[in-house]
Design a protein around this ligand. Structure first.
Ligand SMILES: NC(=O)c1ccc[n+]([C@@H]2O[C@H](COP(=O)([O-])OP(=O)(O)OC[C@H]3O[C@@H](n4cnc5c(N)ncnc54)[C@H](OP(=O)(O)O)[C@@H]3O)[C@@H](O)[C@H]2O)c1
Length: 332
């Protein structure tokens, strides 16, 4: 069998390009006693990987140059010399961008193929769903009757956050980048209204019109100008959940925007960033609740599944062009 890896050849400057990545032939791994041989089946590509491509101190180690990248992966056990795993089982966890790799099993979770299609464990029942759930629960603390505004609303995190707002009987307005996504938010995800930030002539005004009682909770996936437009529409005691800032991830200089402190003070607004790993001990209950909603038909999800190991870098880059609806996944 032929093995291959995808390595970080160059740290991207600005938007990542295909030339930042390098494919390399690899030996088939040797499987030692206590190890398993894994075949990559589905690969999650995520905006935060862009941060790991910078040589900067962060909450997670940067990727090494000329080393394989890694992300959330679903893999099949091809061979097992570890009594905890059986051939043909599916596992998920942080794994390398390689066709085949050996592992000890540490940090890997088994997937029950009969419970749900395996890809949901990279999306709605995986890190992105959990992020939406815990961001809203721990920071947003939304209450029935409040207005929730969500940016990046048609993406993996945003689509779950918005639906959760509807489950909690809030008015939910989404912001996304195309008419097709605006329609999807209203039709498939039950948002009350939605705004296309690419065509809106005045985003601040449009948020005000679509959130007539003001915004109580803003779930921010994108940062930048959209955050600025949302902030001026926040109600007294509003909460801003800083989940992501994809609009800034490719900046080569620190962005300078409006200074929000006056607004925050005047309106007693809470603005809090988080990384989902801050709440590791809450993952179990979050997954249980999300699974329950999924089974009850209260939660819908979308996936954009791209075919082929060689398309992993392109699928990752396409996140910055909004080519995905829901979770972006590569099927190997
Ligand atoms: N805090 C945490 O622990 C945590 C965990 C997971 C994810 N995140 C963050 O949450 C955000 C969403 O992640 P995800 O995995 O669900 O990705 P996603 O929303 O499924 O995909 C990214 C989306 O971002 C939008 N986008 C790209 N460039 C943009 C720009 N310049 N301005 C506005 N929107 C832009 C695109 O949609 P449009 O077509 O609408 O532009 C694209 O589809 C990311 O910022 C990510 O880093 C944080």
């Amino acid at each position: 069998m032929e093995n291959k890896s995808i390595n970080l050849k160059k740290r991207p400057e600005g938007k990542p390009s295909l030339t930042d990545f390098e494919f390399r032939e690899e030996e088939m791994p040797e499987v030692k006693q206590g190890e398993i041989l894994l075949k990559t089946v589905y690969v999650s590509v995520d905006p935060y990987l862009r941060g790991r491509m910078r040589d900067e101190k962060s909450y997670i180690e940067p990727f090494g140059l000329n080393e394989p990248l890694e992300s959330g992966i679903i893999a099949e056990v091809l061979e097992s010399k570890n009594s905890n795993f059986r051939k043909e089982e599916l596992v998920t966890g942080m794994l390398k961008w390689k066709l085949f790799q050996s592992a000890t099993g540490a940090g890997l979770n088994k997937i029950d193929k009969n419970l749900a299609p395996p890809t949901v464990f990279l999306g709605v029942l995986g890190l992105t769903g959990i992020t939406a759930f815990l961001g809203l629960e721990k920071i947003g603390k939304i209450k029935a009757g409040e207005t929730l505004l969500v940016s990046g609303a048609a993406g993996a995190v945003g689509s779950v956050a918005g639906q959760m707002g509807k489950i909690k009987n809030c008015r939910v307005v989404g912001i996304a980048g195309s008419e097709e996504k605006i329609e999807k938010l209203k039709k498939d995800f039950g948002f009350d209204d939605a705004i296309n930030y690419n065509t809106s002539p005045n985003l601040k005004k449009e948020i005000r019109e679509k959130c007539p009682s003001g915004v109580d909770v803003y779930f921010d996936n994108v940062g930048g100008d959209i955050l600025d437009a949302a902030l001026v529409n926040l109600n007294k005691f509003g909460r801003v959940i800083n989940c992501g800032a994809i609009s800034l991830y490719n900046n080569t200089e620190v962005a300078v925007g409006p200074r929000p402190e006056g607004l925050l003070i005047k309106n007693s607004i809470l603005m809090q960033g988080f990384t989902v790993r801050d709440y590791l001990k809450d993952f179990g209950p979050a997954i249980n609740q999300l699974s329950k909603w999924l089974n009850e038909g209260k939660l819908n999800y979308a996936e954009t599944i791209v075919d082929g190991f060689d398309n992993i870098p392109k699928a990752f880059i396409d996140l910055f062009e909004g080519k995905n609806k829901g979770k972006m996944i590569v099927k190997v």
